[in-house]
Design a protein around this ligand. Structure first.
Ligand SMILES: *Cc1c(COP(=O)(O)O)cnc(C)c1O
Length: 438
């Protein structure tokens, strides 16, 4: 059967706004993946969200599994978060001074996280990672960083790097505008390859400041690693005197209040946060032991600052959100709900003989067009992305919104009701039939 991509929903307003936006912004957007380049049609211009649902400028409603790329673990327009924001904003938006709200959020996080002594708030995940890298270099007095293929750490210069060709593993930049000399400070290794890492550290640990990883790699599919591999990372970094950085911008406060560190029981040297920590407002953070954090200005020589850092409105949104996440049973409920959703779809795919699995952890899932367990970026079959494009399109027609790329994971929020998830499951089944008959 030949598949013809037909659009049955009205996207006229979004299309018009997109044409206008192209006059103002490169590619019509302020962050590239929003442009819908990997899926069909103009990007949806969303005008409001409530609970698990978003509404676009053409009044189409969707059950949202993108949740602003992860931050909205409580769903859209949560009452407590909204009230906290409104109460704070009534007294002004920013002072550039310390505030009691900053203390509150800092205390809530540190009192309930046994992996950190001190934290510094910044305004995005990228900024958190950039600062953590500088701290690692300043603390160790070494320059090189090891990262893994398939992990994303924001648009930090020295981390927009992939494995170079040839035998040497020094990186090659993945973006124009990054000096080769920067890329050379980054070494890129495959995930889940213990030998490659031990071999590298045993030879070059005198130059390597840190190993950075997404302990739950969720920006290039969901490349779930074995706990034993993450434990190995910890051991080998300690052995060779190299810092271990967990980039928990996605996994932090998502798989548990203590993120992946707590989920696996592994102590990293530096942890970065973003996304959920600001309750839908722009906040990032990095934290470590008191000893490591004492190297940050004004206590120490590593400079890092921010005009809008720990912005009070953002702090209040983060605080309202994290208080709810810290309540008993929050993460168990989220995980149970997500597993039920995933199982419903996987069981159906299995019965029908469709090559599809939904890897999952906590309230994260990934639509993976393979029956193999995928642990590294090179295992992902690009052909699956064509299937994803059809799936995405057909789901939109039926009021279900997934992030607009097959490499992106989906998120379930506390606001997704059993009815939302049942409806989404039914729509997934219908769409999978189309995808696998196309
Ligand atoms: C989203 C993300 C970042 C970048 O955060 P921004 O707020 O987009 O700058 C960094 N690391 C990871 C693991 C992320 O998921």
């Amino acid at each position: 059967m030949e598949y013809i991509m037909q659009n049955k929903i009205n996207r006229a307003s979004s299309a018009k706004l997109y044409e206008e936006a192209k006059k103002y912004f490169p590619g019509g957007v302020n962050s590239p993946v929003r442009a819908f380049k990997s899926v069909s049609g103009p990007p949806l211009f969303i005008k409001k969200g409530k609970g698990a649902k978003i509404t676009d400028e053409d009044e189409n409603q969707y059950i949202d599994f993108c949740c602003s790329w992860g931050p909205l673990i409580l769903g859209h327009d949560n009452d407590d978060v909204r009230e906290a924001i409104i109460e704070t904003v009534a007294h002004g938006t920013s002072f550039g001074t310390p505030t009691k709200l900053g203390n509150q959020l800092g205390k809530l996080i540190l009192d309930n996280n046994s992996y950190l002594d001190k934290i510094r708030f910044v305004s995005s995940g990228t900024e958190a990672v950039m600062s953590a890298i500088r701290l690692a270099r300043g603390y160790t007095g070494k320059d090189k960083i090891v990262k893994f293929e398939g992990c994303y750490h924001g648009h930090v210069d020295s981390l927009l790097v992939k494995a170079g060709s040839g035998l040497v593993t020094f990186g090659e930049s993945t973006s124009a505008g990054i000096p080769e000399s920067f890329a050379k400070e980054t070494i890129v290794l495959p995930l889940n390859d213990k030998e490659a890492l031990e071999d590298l550290l045993s030879k070059h640990n005198d130059q390597i400041a840190a190993v950075i990883i997404e302990p739950i790699p969720a920006n290039n599919g969901l490349l779930l690693q074995d706990k034993s591999y993450l434990e190995f990372l910890r051991d080998v970094c300690t052995k060779y005197n190299v810092l271990l950085i967990f980039d928990e911008v996605i996994s932090g406060f998502r798989v548990g209040f203590e993120g992946a560190a707590g989920y696996y029981g592994i102590q990293p040297d530096i942890v970065t946060y973003g996304k959920i920590i600001g309750g839908g407002m722009p906040v990032g953070a990095y934290g470590a032991s008191s000893e490591i954090m004492s190297h940050i200005a004004p206590d120490g020589p590593v400079y890092q600052a921010g005009t809008l850092s720990a912005n009070p409105v953002a702090m209040s949104a983060g605080y309202a959100t994290l208080q709810i996440l810290n309540g008993s049973g929050f993460y168990e409920t989220m995980e149970t709900k997500t597993q039920k959703f995933v199982e419903g779809i996987e069981t159906y795919a299995n019965e029908k003989g469709y090559e599809l699995t939904l890897p999952t952890i906590g309230s994260i899932f990934w639509v993976c067009f393979s029956n193999e367990r995928i642990t590294s970026a090179d295992q992902i079959d690009a052909a699956g992305m064509e299937k994803f494009k059809i799936l995405h399109h057909e789901l939109l027609q039926r009021g279900v919104y997934l992030g607009p790329s097959g490499y992106e994971v989906g998120f379930i929020s506390a606001a997704h009701t059993p009815a939302d998830l049942e409806r989404a499951t039914e729509m997934m089944k219908e769409c999978l039939d189309i995808v696998f008959q196309a």
